[in-house]
Design a binder for this molecule. Structure first.
Ligand code: 2HA
Ligand code: ZN
Length: 269
């Protein structure tokens, strides 16, 4: 039976938390990640003993029996790589759907992120749309947060602005992105609202707070977040100055036709 400490899935996650920290997206204990493990991964590693049970504040019937590697509440992304067993945990959703069985980690007696509702509900939503989804990632990138203070908060307008700051965006997330107003973070309500958006999108912005990204791989989820953040940076850098050389709706339509992109048609004029 292999030790989780040596698992590629653990290294992938801790490399990602370090990258995100260095990008300035995860100050202090900001941000959280959950990674759905495959049955094969769970079989292969020393994950067959329940260390303790941790209640969750909602039901996840769709996720019963599934195992997730999840960042710990109050823990810092910058510390995950050096001390994974304390900062991370692997939990399995018990048959009752409202209990997490700890199989590894949270070694100082800790528990999963305060954003567990948004993570688990988003996993349920994304798995309905794409059974291969494995990652839900949340962080606080500077420019996305700044933009959400001054830009209208509806999916269409926000997507259009982000798409038009960088041609690549419509290629990377042709379905667009969801936006939520300020809500109480950590609540079941923000979890439900995020999951509803996740039925349509892989990206959900939480105004005044940060962003969620979903994907089959870390590259996919991380790539979505960094692409949105780059566009938001361009938007914030332009600021109040007049755009005299815009990317137009017509430009995006021509690019989409050329590249064969099946984008969200009602998001362009
Ligand atoms: O875990 O990012 O949204 C810290 C947060 C809460
Ligand atoms: Zn947050």
């Amino acid at each position: 039976m292999k030790n989780v400490i040596d698992a590629p899935f653990l290294k992938e996650l801790t490399k990602t938390t370090s990258n995100m920290y260095r990008l300035g997206w995860d100050e202090r204990n900001g941000g959280n990640i959950s990674y759905l493990l495959t049955d094969e991964e769970v079989e292969e590693y020393d994950l067959h003993h329940v260390i303790r049970e941790i209640p969750v504040s909602f039901r996840s019937d769709d996720l019963i029996g599934k195992c997730f590697l999840v960042t710990g509440t109050g823990k810092y992304f910058k510390n995950c790589e050096d001390d994974p067993e304390n900062n991370l945990g692997i939990v399995r959703i018990k048959e009752d759907g409202t209990t997490a069985e700890l199989l590894w980690g949270y070694s100082d007696g800790g528990k999963f992120t305060s954003e567990m509702p948004a993570h688990m509900m988003s996993h349920s939503a994304r798995l309905k749309v794409n059974p291969k989804n494995r990652i839900i990632m949340h962080c606080h990138p500077l420019n996305i947060m700044a933009m959400s203070f001054t830009h209208p908060l509806n999916d269409r307008d926000f997507t259009r602005t982000i798409w038009k700051m960088n041609n690549e965006c419509i290629y990377v997330f042709p379905e667009g992105m969801g936006v939520l107003p300020w809500m109480i973070s950590g609540s079941n309500e923000i979890g439900e609202a995020t999951a509803e958006k996740m039925m349509q999108y892989r990206i959900v912005v939480w105004a005044n707070h940060g962003i969620y990204g979903a994907g089959e791989t870390f590259d996919e989820a991380f790539g979505l977040v960094e692409t949105v953040e780059k566009s938001a940076e361009i938007y914030m850098t332009i600021g109040e100055r007049e755009i005299i050389n815009p990317i137009t709706d017509e430009n995006l339509k021509r690019f989409a036709a050329f590249a064969g992109i099946d984008y969200r048609k009602d998001f362009l004029d």
